[in-house]
Design a protein around this ligand. Structure first.
Ligand code: 5GP
Length: 191
């Protein structure tokens, strides 16, 4: 999506560890108009997928997920991160290793919000090694619900997550695909 690529070129900073900082429109300050356009684009790409709900992880997935939910007219559930979980009977949980914080988080979703007849779309801000998406896939499997697709605002295609989602046979839509970071600049994938 050219609009997003232009914004990344303009405002993105490449940090050590293959981390792209985009905190003036996505990860800290949020640009609502841009989020609306991203949500519209996800909704267009998954229009025929029969989505009933959107799943994401707090906090940076919430803005694009909510905008997608608005355009698809379906509810949005964000998995919550907990430091320690004690009473978990009413929760679906999964372990996620955080790429940027390098710590393990338990993520959880209240069982009341997922039903066996749901068909969900997973939305997140970044796809790196695929840990966050895998955590949501684990929850979907436990809840016995179908995952119709994964939409990420930015994928770093050279990391493991892209192949993991494709190999799982799930439709993957990335609005910007980064092929490499070279000399602290971003190279986008051609397709
Ligand atoms: P994964 O679980 O796919 O390894 O990493 C995805 C998660 O880590 C995203 O939810 C995002 O919060 C964070 N993340 C991964 N790579 C980047 C990056 O390059 N920049 C930023 N800002 N966050 C990232």
């Amino acid at each position: 999506m050219k609009l997003l690529e232009d914004r990344i070129r303009q405002d993105g900073t490449v940090l050590p560890g293959n981390v792209l900082k985009v905190d003036n429109f996505l990860n800290h300050q949020v640009d609502p108009q841009l989020m609306d356009q991203l949500g519209a684009e996800f909704a267009r790409r998954f229009a025929d997928a029969g989505i009933t709900k959107i799943l994401t992880v707090e906090s940076s997935g919430i803005a694009p997920a909510v905008m997608t939910g608005l355009h698809l007219q379906v509810p949005v559930i964000f998995a919550r991160k907990h430091k320690s979980l004690t009473l978990t009977d009413h929760l679906y949980t999964a372990k996620v290793f955080s790429y940027t914080k390098q710590v393990n988080n338990d993520i959880s979703i209240d069982r009341r919000f997922l039903n066996p007849d749901d068909r969900v779309l997973i939305i997140d801000d970044f796809l790196a090694n695929g840990q966050a998406v895998q955590g949501l896939l684990d929850i979907a499997r436990t809840a016995q619900i179908e995952v119709a697709g994964v939409g990420v605002v930015i994928e770093k295609r050279f990391q493991k997550g892209h192949k993991m989602v494709i190999d799982a046979g799930i439709q993957l839509e990335a609005l910007a695909s980064i092929a490499a970071f070279e000399n602290n600049t971003v190279t986008f994938a051609e397709d």
